[in-house]
Ligand binder design. Sequence first.
Ligand code: ADP
Length: 189
Amino acid sequence: MINLILFGPPGSGKGTQAVKLAEKYDLIHISTGDLFRYEMGNDTPLGLKAKEFISKGELVPDSITVGMLSNKLDKHPDSVGFILDGFPRTIAQCEALDEIFSEKEMAISKLIALDVAEDELVKRLVERGKTSGRADDSDSNIIKNRIKVYHAETSPVYNYYDEMKLSHTVDGIGSIEDIFGRLCATIDS
Ligand code: ADP
């Protein structure tokens, strides 16, 4: 089984690369951002709750996010592995994932971080906002808050897995294919 965490700040290209990696390695791609957008699109109670936070560029509370992730894992008991995109995003989520995985006798294989400089991130998110229809990409204050939250709450996740020697960094600048090649080389190494 291969269980990967694709890590990096908003706009670093996790979603794009996760889709390609899932296809190549036959993994189930779980994007917590996509799961929230699906719930918001259907105006479910979970979606309405998530919207309160997402619309401000804040993280959705761990209790909500962890339950949603765990349900999604349960839907694929026969998968050969998962690629987690946008989760875990806090140390509490790392600890929750440890518990869920140990119950299922699963383990994280690697965390791979996409390294992209901040000015490039803002440029990409503003560009994406023109076509994505995502309200959280269409306001520079929300974008800045997401990056701030990333530094404060999410970046420690890298160190959490680094202590277990599981964290790797890949240059996230270049063509989609070049970056994909770097990710595959890291996974295969
Ligand atoms: P991006 O990586 O561009 O910020 P995502 O689609 O991964 O976009 O996430 C969009 C929003 O969904 C986040 O800004 C956050 O509010 C919420 N979200 C996604 N994943 C998590 C998570 N693991 N924990 C808390 N909130 C999350």
